[in-house]
Every structure is written in structure tokens, then in C-alpha cells.
Design a protein around this ligand. Structure first.
Ligand SMILES: Cc1cc2nc3c(=O)[nH]c(=O)nc-3n(C[C@H](O)[C@H](O)[C@H](O)COP(=O)(O)O)c2cc1C
Length: 356
């Protein structure tokens, strides 16, 4: 496809199972970051087609642990949404899927990409890619037990010698999966190296008509366009790129509709993003938000160019009133420190993947 066709594709909605999504650009789950408040404020910026919750352990979900219920907390504005579950046991996945259906959720995503030892050791996450027949049987049981669309998020395979994604995706399509997301790295790679778009293309070529959502290293609208062009994928999921630049989904739509010129958010828009994020966290967590919000202080500091002393106060404030005062000062002193795109603030594990 030439660039004009790709731009048109970017403006075209995507059907995924029984859902019509306004755009084909999704938020990839980032455990610890893509919570309800962050998803909601991203949605308000426009251009986001689908968001998925952080991964939730299936047993913890159907047994309604407090932490799991927090992870799947949602509301009418937080749509369309899929809930991502993981387990190495079919009965747990089935129970969690039924729980989600009974509680009014609209989509289920099964994690087959997580490289963490804790998840893989119990047979879940990327470990499922080592036994593709078993993985397909498992997903088949989930599909048969609910009416909700079921998607799967996976990597290219366990390691370079076991690139099972194309075969697994084709079998999952036959089982009735609504779509798959492929992070173009193996489990052994962790987050190392660059994403393998050729590997993603092989998955696209292995399926008949099921949408394949490509994922990995998309940081700009041009990266998203390249991903569509080089892989032939139906859509793109963006994780870290949305943390670096929450306006990326809106920017993609602007580029797709031929808008040229500055697509940067104004300083008012950026400060409003900060305020909304905190207010939405208050809706869910009340005063505890003052503590939960601290982990975003450095991110906002860099993103909004918040003077160091105010960034420091964002890390220590104790009441919503204090937060409001800090925001007032951020507004007044905007421009004192240069805005930079934060890079190192979203930590990915490093060292040998076996120890994660
Ligand atoms: C901090 C962090 C948490 C993540 N949590 C999840 C998760 O809960 N479920 C999942 O499927 N992938 C998770 N991922 C993987 C991302 O969804 C995505 O596949 C990966 O970061 C590559 O895409 P990106 O370059 O757009 O971030 C996580 C990644 C990071 C860095």
C-alpha cells in the first residue's frame, strides 16, 4: 500500500469481534500505569480505539481480591475496554471470563506475552507459546464459555529457535479468537533490541482475516504508519509511546487527516492533563491518590517542564488542597524549565530475562 492508502486506513474504523472501534490505534497495557484514571484522561485527548487493563491474575479476579477489583475498575467513559487476564490453568481462565461477562465487561484479552518468571513459572504468559496445541485448547474453552469477544496478546515466540506466533495465531483464528496483538520480540529478548516487523508480518500472512494488531517501539505517528505499511497489520497497539507522549493517538488522527503544522499540546492542555489525571484518581482512590500520584511526579516534571522545587512538592504533597496550590504555581511559572519528552521514567526490567 502506498502512503495515501495507509493514511486512509488510519482514518477507517476497525471491527474486532462484535465491536466497532472508532480507530485502529490501541493502548497496550503497562502494568502499574494504564489504570482507570490514566486511560480516561488519554481517551479525552481523542484518537484512542481500544484500551486494555493491566494484566490480572485469573484466580484473583474470580475470587474478587481487592487488588484485582481495583485493576478492573471502570466506568461508562472508559469504553471500549478489554480486561486482560492470565493463568496457566484453563478452569481459572474460564471462571475469570465468566465473571467478566456476568459483571458487564465487553472484551477479554488473554496474556501470552508476559516474560516474568512469576507468571511463566505457573504456566501462564509467554510460557503458553511453548505448547501451542495446549494454548489453543485453553482459549477454545474460554471462547465456548462466554459470548464476549476474546483476543490474545503474545510475543513472536519463546526465543529465536521457537517462533511459534504465526502458527499459534492461525490456530487461534480457527478457534474463533477475535484478534491477536503481537509484540514483535521473543520472550528471551525481554525489551532488548528493536522490534522485529518482519516477524510481525509473518503472523499477518499466516492468518486469513482475523485482525492482527502490531505492537512494539511505536513512538510517533510516523512509526505507526511504518508499522502498518511494513507488516500489513490491521491496527497498532502503543504502550510506552503513549507514556512518552499521551497525545500520540490524537496526533496520528491529525496526520491521517492531512493536518500539517504543530500538533503539540498547548501548555494549558498539558496542565489540564495533569489536573484531570489527579482528579480521576481521587474519584477512585480518594485521599490515597496523594500517595499513588507520587510515582508520576518525575514524569510530569519532565513532560510539563515543572520547576524542580515544584516537582519535588508533587512528590510529597499530602492533600488535594496542596495539589491545587502546586498546580496554580505550575501554571504561573510555566516556561521556567524546558519541557522534555521523558524517557527513562518508565522502568523496564533488565538483566537476564530468566531472573525477572
Ligand atoms: C512497565 C510495563 C508493564 C507492562 N505490562 C503489561 C501487561 O500488563 N500486559 C501485557 O500484555 N503487556 C504488558 N507490557 C508490555 C506492553 O504492553 C508492550 O507489549 C511492550 O511494552 C512493547 O510495546 P511498546 O514499545 O509500545 O511499549 C508491559 C510493558 C511495560 C514496559
Amino acid at each position: 500500500m502506498d502512503r495515501r492508502d495507509i493514511l486512509e486506513l488510519c482514518r477507517t474504523p476497525l471491527r474486532l469481534g462484535n465491536r466497532d472501534l472508532a480507530t485502529r490505534f490501541f493502548l497496550a497495557p503497562l502494568a502499574g500505569y494504564t489504570h482507570l484514571a490514566f486511560r480516561t484522561v488519554l481517551r479525552r485527548l481523542g484518537g484512542l480505539g481500544l484500551a486494555t487493563t493491566d494484566l490480572v491474575q485469573a484466580t484473583m479476579l474470580w475470587s474478587e481480591s481487592r487488588k484485582s477489583l481495583e485493576l478492573v475498575a471502570t466506568n461508562a467513559e472508559d469504553r471500549p475496554l478489554s480486561v486482560q487476564i492470565f493463568s496457566g490453568r484453563t478452569d481459572d481462565l474460564v471462571k475469570a471470563a465468566k465473571w467478566l461477562q456476568d459483571h458487564g465487561y465487553q472484551g477479554i484479552d488473554i496474556n501470552m506475552g508476559c516474560p516474568m518468571a512469576k507468571v511463566n513459572g505457573a504456566g501462564g504468559g509467554a510460557r503458553l507459546m511453548c505448547n501451542t496445541d495446549g494454548a489453543v485448547r485453553m482459549v477454545d474453552q474460554v471462547i465456548k464459555s462466554v459470548q464476549l469477544p476474546v483476543t490474545v496478546k503474545m510475543r513472536l515466540g519463546w526465543d529465536a529457535t521457537a517462533l511459534t506466533a504465526p502458527q499459534l495465531a492461525a490456530s487461534l483464528e480457527n478457534a474463533g479468537v477475535a484478534g491477536v496483538t503481537i509484540h514483535g520480540r521473543t520472550r528471551a529478548q525481554g525489551f532488548q533490541g528493536t522490534v522485529n516487523r518482519d516477524g510481525i508480518r509473518q503472523v499477518v500472512q499466516a492468518v486469513k482475516s482475523m485482525p492482527v494488531i502490531a505492537n512494539g517501539d511505536v513512538r510517533t505517528p510516523e512509526d505507526a504508519i511504518t508499522m502498518l505499511q511494513e507488516t500489513g497489520c490491521a491496527g497498532v497497539a502503543i504502550g510506552r509511546g503513549a507514556m512518552l507522549d499521551p497525545w500520540i493517538f490524537r496526533r496520528i488522527q491529525r496526520v491521517a487527516s492531512g493536518e500539517t503544522g504543530n500538533t503539540d499540546p498547548t501548555s494549558d492542555e498539558q496542565i489540564s492533563f495533569l489536573e484531570q489525571h489527579f482528579t480521576l484518581m481521587m474519584d477512585q482512590h480518594a485521599e490515597r491518590s496523594c500517595i499513588l500520584f507520587r510515582k508520576f511526579a518525575a514524569w510530569y516534571g519532565a513532560r510539563l517542564g515543572i520547576p524542580d522545587d515544584l516537582e519535588d512538592r508533587l512528590r510529597r504533597f499530602e492533600t488535594p488542597g496542596e495539589f491545587a496550590e502546586i498546580v496554580e504555581q505550575i501554571r504561573e511559572r510555566h516556561g521556567e524549565r524546558a519541557c522534555t519528552i521523558p524517557t527513562a521514567l518508565l522502568k523496564v526490567p533488565n538483566g537476564p530475562v530468566e531472573h525477572w
